[in-house]
Design a protein around this ligand. Sequence first.
Ligand SMILES: C[S@@+](CC[C@H](N)C(=O)[O-])C[C@H]1O[C@@H](n2cnc3c(N)ncnc32)[C@H](O)[C@@H]1O
Length: 285
Amino acid sequence: MTVLEQTQKPEALQNYLEESAYNKVKRMITESAGLNTSGYRDEYLKRRFEIRLRATGTNTYARYILYLKKHPEEFTNLLNDLTINYTTFFRDGDVYQHIEKKLLPKFLFSKNPIKIWSAGCASGEEPYSLSILVHKVFGSSLTRNPVTIFASDIDKDALSKAQNGLYSARQLATMDQRTIEKYFTKESENYRVKDFLKDIVHFEQFDLMKTSLHVNLDLILCRNVMIYFSKEGQQHIHMNFYRAIRDGGFFITGKSEILSGEPAQVFTALDYVTRVYQKPAKPPL
Ligand SMILES: C[S@@+](CC[C@H](N)C(=O)[O-])C[C@H]1O[C@@H](n2cnc3c(N)ncnc32)[C@H](O)[C@@H]1O
């Protein structure tokens, strides 16, 4: 064996063992925390895992596995680091303008109850922004024409913040004073979402890699979630959405996200700036 081979082999072996240990961490997350990691991008997962490797002082995946076995509470930290929850009320104002001016008025004429899904809702700003617009557009016709907003996330902590509906003044900064007074109640330094906004929002924990819980949806928003997923993972999720949307219903992605593969073929792009897509209506027989 040459000197070069002698020095290279341990490194190659080391890399191989680390890669196997990395895959084992992925499996452990699925088994212990129920999150299907198979659709996530490896470079994203590695970047997030390495934060925990450093924070726990383990520095290698092999040692991190032992740590996870000894400290199962570490799964919670790992999940928190994997699911970045940044969000705001009315994130990207033009998207919400489109929903308010173009999509919701169409739903006013629907004969069926309207169903909207905020998929990857984080701490609730997205579904509550939708609820504000629904109340603005539907007003008193909500009693005749019920609207339900399903709001799901994988992250339990984000969901419990969403259900609590309590936000700081800083978190409300994207709204004007009149909107805040109409839809929130001041509680010392913070603001709580009023009950009538909450009444039409149903929160649920849900992993997007699973098949949709709902069908015949009028609108799905899944924005700024796909950044974590591989191309295959994204296509899998987007096709699940396609099946869950009623014919003629709508789908909105994040502004920096693009559809690829089969979803790009089956959805019709309506607006490239706001990333609004439509599932074509079936032609009459
Ligand atoms: C950056 S936030 C986006 C929040 C909101 N949609 C927006 O655009 O402001 C991404 C959310 O996706 C959620 N998420 C990540 N992986 C998920 C999965 N497999 N299933 C469901 N939600 C997931 C995270 O927990 C996080 O709350």
